[in-house]
Design a protein around this ligand. Structure first.
Ligand code: ATP
Ligand code: MG
Length: 507
């Protein structure tokens, strides 16, 4: 007796259809799963056997063979428990139902409860594209699947409930997007708390508006970490497409908060410097997304940059440029997106006061050099803006008024992003920082004055071609903040100013 139904599998961020075939033959009782199953899939037979018995069904006494097709892609995770169980019930004639338009996904408890799994969002999007009509998933994944349209999604609590539904004895109401409204945005720390530091605030506004990279450098206690922590409060809203992209990554990593249908605020990831290279860029035997991918469409913040393992940080160089990272393992290579605004903070030397006009730096020339040397030239070249965050003056600290509120800054950022969305419509590019060279060519017209200034800056600062490109993009964002069509002298000169600090410290 034979049965066949459908499930899905994940490879990186992409889902694929898996056909689950079950064959029962006479012979010594056995339970085999073939079709390149991983360890968790092989263990599925014990969970299925118990779940079946504890839900009041009979475990067939025959030779059971389960095949997961296509057989050339490795199947990982416990997601096939539910489809294997249903296919067993069909093959043993305990269930008679037409299931060719349905997809089953779910891990089982020994008592027949259905437990949540990773990657539901990608699998649901794939099921719609492949023409399936019904999607049976664990109850715990309902919120995440609810954003997908064009599919009847049934969130299942346990095997008995599902079987009653499939036999037509009881109903399960399909999941609706209305059941899972987005929660209110979190309360962010406000830029109004930061006294002084106008240059740094302005630079972070530009970074938020155009998606640029920033390095903040300054003595201890000047407010670098404080400024960075307030960045989420001025980031522009995510579009629905961006939110789905980012949510897919969290879904695959199993990090989507319970009951949360979408990651709808731009992520702000701030890993500690003890993180491993794999934790930062992604890895593992079944490659998982790293912090840089979890920050996709948002900000990756590395505080105390020189304290991070050099190898881990250097590995970010290519992904920062490409907006995606390929991780290769024996099981295959997967591509994760990582279009981020990279923000870093550091002291200029071990004691922190090198270059500070009011403090004596106690570090030797050599130790300053070796400290700064932990941030390589090529990495520095990829940081669009280098800004100095000097110690705050007493008057600034003691004056009653704080700075401008985040709400006001965010309005300007949002307006600048709206200009960019209009400009890049249909190109796949989302912000100025991500412009290709063709787009830069097309949209970054400099006035004659600006052109002349850029030429002299390029020569006198001996900039690299990359630095040139990045300065132009920052200038584009500065012009957008001023709602200017062309890039004028004031815009380009401000952009160049953000690139002159590396000479103070690194040369
Ligand atoms: N510009 C500022 N306005 C108001 N408070 C400030 C400012 N700068 C620093 N502070 C106060 O000092 C504390 C420490 O600042 P913060 O942690 O941001 O310093 P830092 O520059 O990151 O130092 P380090 O280099 O040691 O990491 C803040 O929590 C805040 O209370
Ligand atoms: Mg700090």
């Amino acid at each position: 007796m034979f049965s066949k139904l459908y499930s899905a599998g994940m490879f990186g961020l992409d889902a694929f259809t898996v056909a689950v075939e079950c064959d029962l033959t006479q012979g010594l009782p056995a339970f085999d799963i073939v079709g390149l199953p991983g360890a968790a899939v092989k263990e599925s037979k014990d969970r299925v056997r118990s779940a079946l018995k504890n839900s009041g069904f009979e475990y067939p006494v025959s030779r059971i063979t389960i095949n997961l097709a296509p057989a050339d892609i490795r199947k990982e995770g416990p997601i096939y428990d539910l489809p294997v169980l249903i296919s067993l019930l069909k093959a043993s004639r305990q269930l008679d139902a037409e299931l060719s338009d349905a997809v089953f996904i779910g891990e089982l408890s020994l008592n027949g409860a259905v437990r949540p799994v990773r990657g539901i969002l990608s699998m649901a999007l794939h099921a719609v594209k492949s023409g399936f009509k019904r999607f049976y998933i664990p109850y715990g994944n309902a919120a995440e699947a609810s954003v997908v349209k064009g599919l009847d999604i049934y969130a299942v609590r346990n095997v008995s409930e599902l079987l009653a539904h499939l036999k037509g004895e009881a109903d399960i109401a399909p999941v609706s997007g209305k059941d899972y409204p987005l929660p209110a945005p979190p309360e962010y720390l406000d830029f109004a708390d930061v006294r002084g530091q106008e240059t740094a605030k302005r630079a972070l506004e530009i970074a938020a508006a155009g998606g640029h990279n920033v390095l903040m450098i300054g003595p201890p206690g000047s407010g670098k970490s404080m400024l960075a922590k307030r960045l989420p409060s001025i980031l522009p809203e995510m579009s629905f497409d961006e939110a789905v992209e980012t949510t897919k990554i969290y879904s695959v990593a199993g990090l989507l908060p319970e009951g949360m249908p979408l990651i709808f605020e731009r992520p702000f990831r701030s890993p500690h410097h003890t993180i491993s290279p794999a934790g930062l860029s992604g890895g593992g035997s079944m490659p998982r997304p790293g912090e840089i991918s979890l920050a996709h469409n948002g900000v990756l913040f590395l505080d105390e940059l020189p304290e991070f393992p050099k190898q881990a940080v250097e590995a970010l160089r290519q992904p920062l440029e490409d907006g995606k990272i390929r991780i290769s393992r024996a099981s295959g290579s997967v591509l994760y997106p990582c279009s981020v605004s990279f923000v870093a903070a550091m002291n200029p030397c071990p004691c922190g006061f090198f270059g500070d006009p009011d403090h004596v730096c106690r570090c030797s020339r050599k130790s300053v050099q070796s400290y700064l040397g932990r941030v390589s030239g090529p990495l520095l070249d990829r940081l669009d803006m280098h800004i100095e965050v000097p110690a705050v003056k007493y008057d600034e600290l003691s004056s009653g008024s704080g700075g401008e509120a985040s709400k006001e800054i965010r309005k300007r950022v949002t307006a600048a992003r709206a200009l960019q969305s209009e400009r890049f419509a249909g190109t796949g590019c989302r912000c100025n920082a991500a412009m290709s060279s063709e787009l830069t060519e097309k949209h970054c017209r400099l006035t004659a004055d600006a052109e002349k200034f850029m030429r002299s800056a390029f020569e006198s600062l001996s900039l690299s071609a990359r630095a040139y490109g990045r300065i132009i993009k920052v200038a584009r964002t500065i012009a957008d903040l001023a709602a200017s069509e062309t890039i004028e002298l004031v815009h380009i000169s401000e952009a160049v100013r953000y690139r002159s600090l590396d000479r103070k410290y690194w040369q």
